[in-house]
Design a protein around this ligand. Sequence first.
Ligand code: FAD
Length: 390
Amino acid sequence: MIDFNNTDIAFSMKSNADLRNAYILFSTIQNRTIVKAAKSATMFALKLQLPLSWAVKPTLYRQFVGGETLEDCMKNVNTLNSYNVKSVLDYSAEGGTELDDVQKAYEETIRSIEFAAENQSIAYTVFKPTAMIINRVLVKASEDFPSLGDIEKAEYENFRERIFALCEKAYENHVRILIDAEHFASQELIDRIVEESMRRYNKDRAIVFQTLQMYRKDRLEYLKFLHEDSVKNRYIPGIKFVRGAYMEEERARAYELSYIDPIHPDKESTDRCYNEGLRYVVENIDNFELFSGTHNYESNQLLAQLIDEKGLKRDDKRIFFSQLYGMSDNISFTLAKEGFNVCKYVPYAPVDKVLPYLLRRAEENTSMSGQTGRELQLIKIELDRRRTGK
Ligand SMILES: Cc1cc2nc3c(=O)[nH]c(=O)nc-3n(C[C@H](O)[C@H](O)[C@H](O)COP(=O)(O)OP(=O)(O)OC[C@H]3O[C@@H](n4cnc5c(N)ncnc54)[C@H](O)[C@@H]3O)c2cc1C
């Protein structure tokens, strides 16, 4: 079994200053009260358009963000690559919901595809489908499609066309493209568009990757549906597994609107479903490509074991492990050292645009206190190891 606790390997990319910054940061965001207060203060400052970068840039931003622009990220991308860890540059500007913001996100994603085509250290490109449509139109289309007016229908059609155009661009440039999964309410519409894209562009290999949130009760069944559909329509589905980021909101919405909660009742069921998905895809790997996005020790160990047991090459290009930039380096760097394909999701955007993403990371690390605790402990061990020279 792979040991993720060798801190020498885990933090080989980090300077002492980086580690000290990470230690202070993770210790601080473990405190729920501080994170809550910081979130309110940040929202307040944003409303008043007060400058925040002096506080955010040397702390949260430095830990979790690759840079302001694609070019800006290259220093970090190259460093990761020197440890055999590839990157996925993720334009993480959030908050805009008008057509201007949509156009900007679309153009930036096009640029990121062209950028990836030129750069071997970038393994995939990625986008959030909700960034490709005016938010209120997606909400209305998801809740009551027939009620869309003519202009809204046209905007929805543009949304589909934008996604197809991004996938086509990726196809022409031989770049794989991940389509992130979103809230349950809008995912149904997105699923149909991604399926259509996979049928069009995944004929010879997987270019388009659908994201399956395995905290959903229906996703194993959906995986099997994709398998059958791909055999029938002769394409290779790209499967990106994650556990899912919106559990609390999904449960609250299901309760409020009185429908059955789509999320597994407990963590064990989500874990079981995630691991079952990994088993299914590796078992049928000739029909799939796989991207496993998780910080979970057991799931990462299981995938490594499945690859070995099936007799696949560890760097079989159809299978990638992935973690977020600034988190679980011990997993990423150890897997890469063991010869597996690994990439980091590297967010980029100017400080003010990436704040919602950063606040989510802070909150997530608060709620995953077990994992943050583990991360902190490893950083401390490594700082001690370097200090004593052992
Ligand atoms: C590379 C990468 C890409 C990602 N892309 C997306 C994306 O496109 N869409 C998206 O939604 N998320 C995405 N995520 C986030 C992901 O969904 C998880 O929220 C996050 O990674 C934590 O899960 P884990 O498997 O890493 O860790 P773990 O700590 O093992 O799992 C935590 C997760 O388990 C689930 N869970 C926790 N408690 C319960 C419970 N009581 N009942 C049921 N389930 C529970 C939740 O999903 C929670 O986030 C991505 C993550 C990574 C690493």
